[in-house]
Design a protein around this ligand. Sequence first.
Ligand SMILES: Nc1ncnc2c1ncn2[C@@H]1O[C@H](COP(=O)(O)OP(=O)(O)O)[C@@H](O)[C@H]1O
Ligand SMILES: [Mg+2]
Length: 446
Amino acid sequence: MSVGVGQSVITELRMRLFTHLQAQSVAFHGEHASGTLASRASSDVEAVRELFENGIDRIITAAVSLIYVPCVLLVLDWRLGAAALAAMAPVCWTMHAFRRRSLDVYHRRSAAAGAAAGDMSETFAGIRTVRAFGREDINERRFARLNRRHRKENRQAELEMARYVTSSRLVANTAVAGLVLWGGYRVAPGTLELGTYAGFVLYREDVSFAYPGGHEVLRGFALDIPAGQTVALIGPSGGGKSTLAGLLARFHDPTRGRVLLDGVDLRSLATAELRHGVVMVPQEGFLFSGSVAENIAMARPDATPDEIRQAAEATGAHRFISALQDGYRTEVGDRGGRFSSGQRQLIALARVFLVNPSVIVLDEATAVIDIPSERAVLNAMRTVFRKRTALVIAHRLSTVHVADRVLVLADGRVIEDCAPADLGSGRGAADPCEPPRPGVAGPPAC
Ligand SMILES: Nc1ncnc2c1ncn2[C@@H]1O[C@H](COP(=O)(O)OP(=O)(O)O)[C@@H](O)[C@H]1O
Ligand SMILES: [Mg+2]
């Protein structure tokens, strides 16, 4: 839209400029070289286009943050909020100083560019005369002078910009550092709630993520899952569900922003802590060579046979395992080839019950098992999930109903966030029981 608006504006602007210049007196045109006018008209119009195409949305975002963020901060903690507002003063001052000086340098730059372009156009317009009087050398020297002046003014303008960017960042970051220090000092004796402080420092740390060489799957993504909540995630294929699961389990790190577990960046957790904190079960349960018991006890080799059996009972795997000749001591064979994919998955799910992590992530982990088995697993999960945080990427409506909250993810954005009971109640949504087909079924509306 902004590109469209930008194009319309400059088309109109060019037309008006043309009409305006054409209406100027002959004396005016005698004073201003045609090339200079053409150059100024095109470069200034280009600047306006740039503003419309890239600047407007930035201005809106900045204006919203400028109003919204201080309001939120003032509500959270008025002293910190007021200090943050006061810290804006030096930033505004550097901005003001830049504006004053840039007016002059940018003006000189345009004048220099216009002079060089004007000289070139004049030379070629009068090329016959130039040839006839052998003016080439003189013209070259004159153009070289104008060209050098253009370079000098350009350099000056870029320097001014660089000075501004550096000094405004320095001022802003110094202010943030000061606020962080002051906030930290106030957290220490307990006069400020830690949550407020964290909210303050971590404000807008939104997550962006792109696979190497790929497009941005998540952009400015923010999601807060309170401890103990079971969240079902649905949405069309390619919507970013697995990507989100992978970020939670730290299979990948965000390209920007942070993933926090109890306020701690996953990147600063030791591997053992992380693996005990978050367990992700992918769609395909992978079995390693070894016995069934070893496979279940993978993450907790110290588990007793009783614990292993209980975990298998929870997922309903116990039934078919106990029917095997060697029971839990049965070798699973190459990649568990002797089991069906559903059975493999039940064994893989039993691992979760044994580890009992704080956060459980199931990425369509129940897709390959039949509905009665799924129900058994989900019921067992419900008892475990009661105190656990869980993210269940679901492909069936039955899965959604074990959740406290349903999120619909499409194109890397949460487009619906509601209770399971409210899902699909609105606006002729596609049947949520159907697995979403790419490009056909949109996500069900809440
Ligand atoms: N390993 C990968 N490398 C590059 N792109 C990927 C990779 N995995 C997924 N994607 C891309 O990321 C987007 C989201 O995919 P994904 O998270 O798997 O969606 P969902 O699980 O919702 O089907 C898609 O556009 C997909 O093509
Ligand atoms: Mg997926």
